[in-house]
Design a protein around this ligand. Structure first.
Ligand code: ATP
Ligand code: MG
Length: 632
């Protein structure tokens, strides 16, 4: 824990050091890990290729830094605590020692099935401990895992299998989600009809629902591990060997297979975990994400386990059996750090505070938010009703591509401001760019968010298509990684993410973030959620089209629309007043809970013929309802 920052001045000091001499800074962090062979050179890079390498010729296995490392010191500490979907079912705990054995067993199974270093393994599993075991076993044998969220359709799954030419699929019979029992293996079967590379499927039995097993291809997980040895020698990996491929959520287009490598990712996920959450040995930490997202990779599995933390893994949903489920789990395990997404906070907020009342929540020390800008109202609700005003909120900005958190308060150290991700972590050199390609210096500026120097956890390529990586991230601004997000740096030098650049609306020359307008709309007491997009406007250049979910009470639509416009005028000014407000039953969201604004933009533009790739939408029906109610 030598790299832990404890004070605000300590943060500024570390930040300075990381900029003045990045190689030395990260080498010092990397020194606290176990390497089979130390690196020759810390960093080699150019952003034109792009070609970025960290810890060159270093040899390691990330799982040795989780399993071998902790077995004698904290072997009996719970590593993964699993809470099932149904509160009446008993949970499970894997201590570090037990996790070690399970990972070894499954590593042996993988090798027995012919899996070798560099082979691709798809993990399409519910939130059970075996999903984490599967990831670690892949890493241990040198296979490249690609986790696909178990709610994705067979099409989305086969696309990903084909894109990375996977040899093995790890899955389950089914998945318990709230009241539902969802087929999983059946989706795999369907996906495999349009793929040709998969030789082996291993099926974890979870729901006991009926499945078809194909002789010679499909095996039960439980059978496969029964005779396997609990000892296994980790395969030696190079720092720059691929650890995993993860497809982005697809909210802006066709998902990209983001590639992360062993050495840099290991260092970055642990360093950021310990500092942002101010993790202390013995703390119980819970991240509610699914392991199918980068948040689950870095902050359920790798970061916490590298740190020796107790990481809770939750199979269920926030509203089953009722909207108090999260808080019941927090009390049950005395959770210290709780990390979730604004979409979950807003959904729970809509249920009011009654579901929270039965719970103490007094174990909580830190609250976290990730995935979207958190609007001020949700921030205050979270802070007041969950954190009881004593828990700092870490609003963590980052991306699948960044591997770990980039901009965030350090809990309890960095003074927070609602809706601000605040300051960059050490090693993160941000630049705000104007549309002409100039860096905007100083405070009180707004533009496109870039990073001008490599950090260890960054994307190396998009799998199988390096040019796509270059085009998407490294061409907009020469010599910089472009995040795709708009940002504002305020008078204190604090960063506020405005949403995706494509979503920044330009009304009569005034640039506005969708997040900012939504924030204002959400201040109306009857608004549950909103999404704002721009559309071509003959006079203003762009007009503002707002889609709003409301609790109608006994208001008429006309009344409500008028009140919402007034609210926005009052909070931001008349320039931000939406031109059109459509009351909608729901919003098109990706399965990770993000609003797919490109669809809303098409509807607003009246361009409904080609909606693009909607395979990652949670509920495609909502799109038809929105089209029906469209305002001309
Ligand atoms: P795709 O790249 O396929 O469109 P995606 O960008 O939604 O998908 P992720 O990598 O999961 O996939 O999400 C990263 C994005 O989420 C960021 O670029 C940003 O727009 C948003 N985001 C994440 N955290 C925050 C935050 N704390 N505040 C504001 N925005 C955030
Ligand atoms: Mg993205």
């Amino acid at each position: 824990m030598s790299d832990r920052i404890h004070t605000l001045s300590g943060y500024f000091h570390e930040y300075q050091k990381s900029v003045a001499d990045p190689e030395n800074f990260w080498a010092r962090v990397a020194d606290s890990f176990h390497w089979k062979k130390r690196w020759d050179k810390v960093l080699d890079w150019n952003f034109d290729g792009p070609d970025v390498k960290w810890f060159l010729n270093g040899k390691l296995n990330i799982t040795e830094n989780i399993l071998e490392r902790h077995q004698y010191t904290i072997g009996d500490r719970p590593a993964i605590v699993w809470e099932p979907n149904d509160p009446n079912e008993e949970g499970r705990t894997l201590t570090y020692k037990q996790l070690f054995e399970e990972v070894c067993r499954f590593s042996n199974v993988l090798q027995e099935k012919g899996v070798q270093k560099g082979d691709k393994v798809i993990i399409y599993m519910p939130m059970v401990p075996e999903a984490a075991v599967a990831m670690l076993a892949c890493a241990r044998v040198g296979a490249i895992h690609s986790v696909v969220f178990a709610g994705f359709s067979s099409n989305a799954l086969s696309d990903r299998i084909n894109d990375c030419e996977a040899k093995v699929v790890l899955t389950a019979d089914g998945n318990f989600r709230g009241k539902k029992k969802i087929p999983v293996k059946a989706v795999v079967d369907e996906a495999l009809e349009t793929t040709s590379t998969v030789e082996t499927v291993i099926v974890y039995q979870r729901t006991q629902q009926e499945v078809t097993m194909k002789e010679g291809r499909d095996y039960w997980w439980q059978d496969a591990i029964s005779g396997a040895s609990t000892e296994h020698q980790a395969v030696e990996m190079d720092s720059e060997d691929i650890l995993f491929i993860l497809y982005t959520s697809g909210s802006t287009g066709k998902p990209k297979g983001v590639v992360h490598t062993c050495g840099g990712y290991m260092i970055y996920s642990k360093y950021t975990f310990e500092n942002v959450f101010q993790y202390n040995p013995g703390d119980v930490y819970w991240c509610t994400a699914d392991i199918g997202w980068i948040t689950g990779h870095s902050y359920i599995v790798y970061g916490p386990l590298l740190s020796g933390a107790t990481s809770i893994m939750f199979e269920g949903v926030p509203t089953y059996p009722d909207a108090g489920r999260f808080w019941q789990v927090v009390d049950k395990y005395k959770v210290n750090q709780f990390y979730t997404a604004p979409t979950a906070i807003r959904a729970l907020q809509a249920h009011g505070t009654d579901p929270i009342a039965p719970y103490k929540l007094d174990s909580l020390k830190v609250l976290g938010s990730v995935g979207e800008p958190i609007n001020e109202e949700a921030w205050h609700w979270y802070h007041t009703h969950i954190g009881k005003t004593k828990c700092p909120i870490v609003d963590t900005w980052w991306q699948t591509e960044t591997g770990g958190i980039m901009v965030s308060p350090l809990a309890g150290i960095t003074p927070t401001k609602p809706a601000y991700a605040t300051l960059p972590l050490p090693g993160v050199q941000l630049a705000i760019m104007d549309t002409e390609g100039n860096e905007m210096i100083g405070n009180s500026v707004e533009g496109n968010l870039c990073v001008k120097f490599p950090w260890p956890g960054m994307i190396r390529t998009t799998y199988g298509d390096h040019d796509r990586c270059k085009q998407t991230y490294f061409t907009a601004y020469k010599g910089m990684y472009f995040t795709g997000d708009g940002v504002k740096r305020d008078h204190d030098g604090y960063y506020r993410i405005l949403g995706r650049v494509d979503d920044v609306i330009n009304v009569s020359g005034h640039r506005m973030g969708t997040a900012e307008v939504e924030n204002a709309i959400n201040e109306h007491p009857l608004v549950v959620e909103s999404a704002v997009v721009g559309y071509p406007h003959p006079v203003k250049g762009q007009g503002i089209y707002a889609y709003v979910i409301c609790d109608m009470k006994n208001r008429t639509e006309q009344n409500l629309v008028g009140e919402i416009k007034d609210t926005v005028t009052k909070i931001i000014g008349p320039i931000a007043k939406p031109d059109k407000i459509q009351i909608v039953p729901g919003l098109p969201k990706t399965r990770s809970g993000k609003i797919m604004r490109r669809i809303l933009r098409k509807v607003a533009e009246g361009n409904m013929d080609n909606m693009g790739d909607t395979s990652t939408l949670l509920d495609p029906d909502v799109v038809d309802q929105i089209i029906e109610g469209r305002i001309e």
